[in-house]
Design a protein around this ligand. Structure first.
Ligand code: GLC
Length: 558
């Protein structure tokens, strides 16, 4: 684990917070242009585009963000004179990334409120011109690390307002706590420059699924903002307290569940198409765990309910559940391989009645002697052995994984570098589904063919998570190796959304270029490597929450 000598200087919270006015009409021509004080910069990756940053802010662009020139051609030459061509290249990558990030900014009534998913006119916009909640997380972290918290504050407040809207899918009303998957600025009257926000809670999304991850990310981001700015006032505001409670009420509501994990529909998270992740996917369970831990630190006591108590009990139960049933390493795999079935009793070892014949062949070769991970999903007679990147890395950042398990997850990444990192970090999941399995599980989805997109594709955005966990565990050489691999291609390929192929060598078939989270993910990765204290906003210390040993023996089969 990394230890810091002392707390880093806080980033100043915006002095007079320029919140977006809640009135319905707004004349953007009247907006006073603001110059914002910039925080002290430490490293090259933050430094380069300070000029670009302010310029774009001052240009006050609104949502239609036509790039005026390519971020590559437009990138400024490195300020330092150096003979080290590698260093020059790296700085150029960072320059290009900062410039692209600035161009992705979306303004609402004169204030920055988010970043578009991608600026790629060649592919047709679909909904990539919207601000996605999950996509904004790396952007928000980059802005926070850069000392620009206002956009994050505006985003949090504006999405909290959107949450209060009535949400309907056909005749069915969605839960009040649901946060939008994405939103965009609608220009109602071009003459009077009237703007409003249009949000998508799943009712217009492909597949019509509400995003379970949005609310969880929202809470995690609120904590990041609070830690960064050392300003509790936003988190303590009635708007944010209410938003948090609404999200948590949805997640903690009682139902028919026999497990503390959150039951989800396919496509309710980053993997937002049918990919066989319905049930209890690790990505959501890890985010849920982290959001619960963040909420405990942010919620104000309310003597009328036992919310905080409920949350603590859920953290404990969720931790027990995931440790006992999701953790997999060589030894555990061997135990599952020898499972008896049809056990009936509280002491059954094979609680979910997993039939050993259903264990896929690939896992026996993939599982190294050193290493382990949390499996993708678990429900009756179904263990999804696939390795999912986001869930495992969030498990490390939230300290859901014990110290030993966290090391084991990174051991696995090192042992299986070719498979998981390849030429472009990193695989969203492993392995890909092919042939009949692909047909049945994805519904013949042509976008999710083997080793493409969500089905074993490589996503540059995941770099920041890899770097964060490597830095957290004091193994930065892993991060450096991955960042170097990324730098060889990212700018040249114009920041693609994802790469295809077993080794991630090919720019994805339908990948958008200038995908904002590929841009921001790289910048966050650089800033985490440059200054490990930046980790404080996205990492939770191990508080020793209850963990229990994995069951070894069944009484019904002594
Ligand atoms: C794709 C991704 C999703 C992302 C969206 C916008 O649909 O699967 O995770 O949020 O694009 O970039």
């Amino acid at each position: 684990m990394v230890h810091w000598a002392g707390p880093p200087p806080p980033v100043k919270a915006p002095e007079k917070i320029t919140e977006v006015a809640s009135k319905t009409t707004y004349d953007s021509a009247m907006v006073e242009q603001k110059t914002r004080p910039h925080a002290i910069e430490r490293h090259r990756s933050c430094e380069v585009s300070q000029v670009v940053f302010s310029e774009v802010e001052n240009r006050h662009q609104h949502q239609t963000l036509e790039p005026t020139k390519s971020p590559i051609s437009g990138c400024s030459a490195p300020v330092e004179s150096t003979t080290d061509t590698n260093a020059v290249h790296k700085n150029t990558v960072a320059d290009a990334a900062w410039e692209a990030l600035k161009k992705s900014m979306v303004h609402f009534r004169g204030q920055p409120i988010g970043t578009v998913a991608a600026i790629d006119k060649s592919q047709g916009a679909l909904n990539y011109d919207q601000v996605f909640m999950r996509d904004f997380i790396p952007s928000a972290l980059a802005f926070l690390m850069k000392g620009e918290p206002t956009i994050v504050k505006n985003f949090l407040l504006e999405t909290a307002r959107l949450q209060l809207r009535e949400k309907m899918v056909d005749l069915f009303k969605l839960g009040q706590g649901v946060m939008p998957a994405s939103f965009k600025v609608h220009h109602c009257n071009s003459k009077h420059k009237t703007e409003s926000l249009l949000a998508d809670f799943g009712e217009t999304a492909i597949g019509r699924v509400a995003p379970v991850d949005s609310g969880l990310w929202w809470i995690i981001l609120l904590r990041a903002y609070t830690i960064w700015t050392r300003d509790n006032s936003l988190a303590e505001s009635p708007e944010c307290q209410r938003a948090m409670r609404l999200i948590l009420k949805l997640c903690l509501s009682e139902g028919f569940d026999t497990s503390p994990a959150l039951l989800c529909a396919d496509g309710c998270s980053m993997v937002d198409r049918r990919m066989g992740i319905y049930g209890y996917p690790i990505e959501i369970q890890a985010l849920f765990f982290m959001a619960l831990r963040c909420a405990i630190t942010l919620l104000k006591e309310n003597h009328n309910d036992d919310f905080v108590y409920q949350i603590s009990k859920r953290i404990e139960a969720l931790s027990y559940h995931l440790h006992t049933y999701y953790w997999l390493d060589f030894q555990r795999l061997n135990e599952i391989y020898r499972y008896k079935t049809e056990e009936y009793s509280e002491t059954a070892l094979n609680k979910f009645n997993v039939i050993p014949e259903s264990i896929p062949d690939w896992i026996f070769d993939f599982m190294p002697s050193r290493g382990g991970y949390f499996i993708g999903n678990l429900s009756p007679a179904r263990m999804d052995f696939r390795w999912f990147c986001l869930g495992n890395f969030i498990a490390i950042l939230s300290s859901l994984a014990s110290g030993e398990q966290a090391e084991a997850i990174l051991d696995l990444v090192e042992e299986r570098w070719e498979e998981l990192i390849g030429e472009m970090p990193m695989k969203v999941c492993y392995p890909a589904m092919e042939n009949q399995e692909w047909q049945i599980v994805t519904g013949c989805d042509p976008k999710n063919t083997r080793w493409s997109y969500h089905n074993g594709g490589s996503w540059p955005v995941l770099l920041w998570l890899l770097v964060a966990v490597s830095v957290k565990l004091g193994r930065p050489h892993i991060a450096r190796r991955a960042v170097e691999a990324t730098e060889k291609r990212l700018v040249k390929d114009e920041f693609p959304e994802y790469y295809d192929g077993k080794a991630g060598r090919y720019v994805g078939k339908q990948a958008r270029k200038f995908q904002t989270w590929s841009v921001a993910g790289y910048l966050v990765a650089k800033m985490l490597l440059d200054d490990p204290s930046n980790l404080r906003a996205v990492s939770l210390a191990d508080d020793g929450h209850a963990r229990f040993p994995v069951l070894k023996r069944s009484n019904s089969f002594p």
